[in-house]
Design a protein around this ligand. Structure first.
Ligand code: ATP
Ligand code: MG
Length: 299
């Protein structure tokens, strides 16, 4: 069952069309990554889902209907969260729980569970100003979950963290996703692959890809041959062929040759390797990673 359906969503600022007729849906229990380079429109979409920004076209449906109190059902961690640095972690959660209208007894229990979940029980009485970036992000997750939302939305939750903070956060999200529906934006492909079932790839306000990660990889694969031989810069330019070769990228001692068709490409390349008498050390057909597919699509 779908929790959110987005239909023909559009956003304009003046003459600039920032989001261009986008459709997608998020089903209960899914973990969905919204991927895109800087300026693609990720934050704009998230703000429209949260009713912080109004769409200039299209619809957002919650459980199949228009809803004017969507925020009751959504927990949100913004891209650049700010906290009162003089508050303690505990005080922030009490404050946010109060704003969500939770009764004191329920709130106390909920805060205990959340501090435990995000690993901040020991630091709960320290001022947030003394927290590391990773601790602040984990506190941000706790405040987003305080009212037991049906959907957790996070805008680049790991981008600003160091490798340790990022690892902690990914492990925490793996636990949270077992019980929650999650949408998070990122430009780090690896995080999407590690956590999510489904990806949405956005570029310049257009949705290029919407599907399960494995399907996206299978459907968008372009065959790539790796040819390794000395003096790549001398022979690689001679393998440019508009009919068969899509692109050639020289990488150190080898060239990555993307072809339009595996069989024709293989025969053509082997003929040319023989014609050029290349002393090849390696000739290999490889699968493109999600990162390569993403980079090709957004370029
Ligand atoms: N209030 C606004 N007025 C005018 N243009 C805006 C406004 N907010 C965003 N934009 C433009 O919309 C485009 C998309 O911005 P958005 O912040 O949604 O991108 P993003 O994918 O979240 O990027 P990033 O990875 O840098 O966070 C950008 O070109 C931005 O300049
Ligand atoms: Mg953004």
């Amino acid at each position: 069952m779908s929790i959110i359906q987005v239909k023909h969503l559009q956003k304009r600022y003046g003459d600039n069309e920032i989001i261009k007729d986008i459709d997608f849906q998020i089903d209960y229990g899914e973990c969905v990554a919204l991927l895109g380079p800087n300026g693609a429109g990720k934050t704009t979409i998230i703000k429209m889902l949260l009713d912080i920004t109004k769409p200039t076209g299209g619809q957002i449906l919650f459980q199949g209907k228009r809803h004017d109190k969507m925020r009751e059902f959504i927990g949100y961690l913004p891209q650049h969260p700010t906290f009162y640095s003089w508050m303690t972690g505990m005080e922030l959660l009490e404050f946010m729980g109060g704003l969500s209208g939770l009764y004191k007894e329920i709130l106390e229990q909920r805060i205990k569970e959340l501090l435990d979940l995000v690993g901040l029980t020991k630091e709960k009485d320290k001022q947030i100003g003394t927290y590391s970036g990773g601790m602040k992000q984990r506190l941000g997750i706790a405040q987003a979950l305080i009212h037991q939302p049906k959907l957790l939305i996070m805008d680049e939750p790991v981008s600003a963290l160091d490798p340790i903070g990022r690892r902690d956060m990914l492990e925490l999200l793996k636990v949270i996703k077992q019980k929650s529906t999650i949408l998070f934006s990122t430009h780090i492909l690896h995080d999407a692959e590690e956590l999510c079932d489904k990806i949405l790839i956005l570029n310049q306000g257009k949705l290029l890809v919407n599907g399960l990660i494995n399907q996206v990889i299978n459907q968008n694969q372009q065959p790539v041959f790796i040819i390794q031989a000395p003096r790549v810069n001398e022979w690689a330019p001679q393998l440019v062929n508009e009919d068969i070769v899509e692109s050639i990228v020289e990488t150190g001692s080898s060239a990555k040759v993307r072809v339009k068709n595996i069989e024709q490409g293989r025969i053509w390349l082997l003929d040319n390797i023989s014609r050029l008498r290349l002393p090849i050390q390696k000739f290999e057909l490889v699968q493109e990673s999600l990162e390569e597919i993403f980079l090709r699509m957004v370029k």
